[in-house]
Write a protein that binds this ligand. Structure first.
Ligand code: SF4
Length: 186
């Protein structure tokens, strides 16, 4: 069986397929060794979820591990209200709803459904502006669902050792791994 793909890799892969390698390589290290301030700030948005402080209600699931056999994905959710069927992913600040954000919540939605939960609504929440961004359910947006499936397939097919990879200078300049990567253009 193929190893599970971490849900957080979906966004990383869109940015640069090679970044997944470094993400895995440094996953056991202290964040400050290789992460930059905006990324660390974004991750603090999830701190109360990780510590399960968001709600004490039993029907509100927080930070639980999820798996999808169908898509070979694993990860964690932020918040799922099993009474209302609302799945919420919190971001520190949202400037635009990137495809990667949508794929992340699609992965969570599919995994929760496989685990027997009924997901009826998906929200991405901007903590800085206290604003909700509704995301159509996968069955209501076939184009995004197809893009999601294509992305999962691309990750499964990606070969780090293939030599035809072409880096993007602008991305390399904004990449937290650019001091470590031998393909970096900066
Ligand atoms: S430095 Fe460039 S090629 Fe390397 S992982 Fe980052 S974006 Fe990709």
């Amino acid at each position: 069986m193929e190893p599970y793909i971490q849900i957080s890799f979906l966004n990383d892969f869109i940015f640069c397929p090679r970044s997944i390698y470094f993400h895995q390589l440094y996953s056991g290290f202290k964040d400050t060794i290789y992460k930059q301030t905006p990324q660390i700030a974004g991750e603090t948005a999830h701190t109360s979820i990780e510590e399960k402080k968001y709600s004490t209600q039993k029907y509100v699931l927080q930070g639980i591990e999820i798996f999808s056999e169908q898509y070979n994905l694993c990860g964690k959710i932020d918040v799922f209200d099993s009474k209302t069927g609302r799945l919420t992913e919190r971001k520190r600040e949202i400037k635009t709803i990137y495809d990667g954000y949508v794929f992340q919540v699609y992965a969570q939605c599919h995994a929760l459904r496989e685990m027997g939960f009924e997901v009826k609504e998906i929200i991405i929440h901007d903590l800085v502006h206290n604003k909700n961004f509704p995301v159509p359910l996968p069955e209501n947006d076939p184009v995004m669902q197809q893009k999601f499936e294509n992305l999962v397939q691309q990750i499964n097919d990606f070969d780090l050792l293939k030599t035809d990879f072409v880096p993007n200078k602008q991305k390399c300049e904004n990449c937290i791994y650019n001091q470590l990567c031998d393909y970096s253009l900066c």
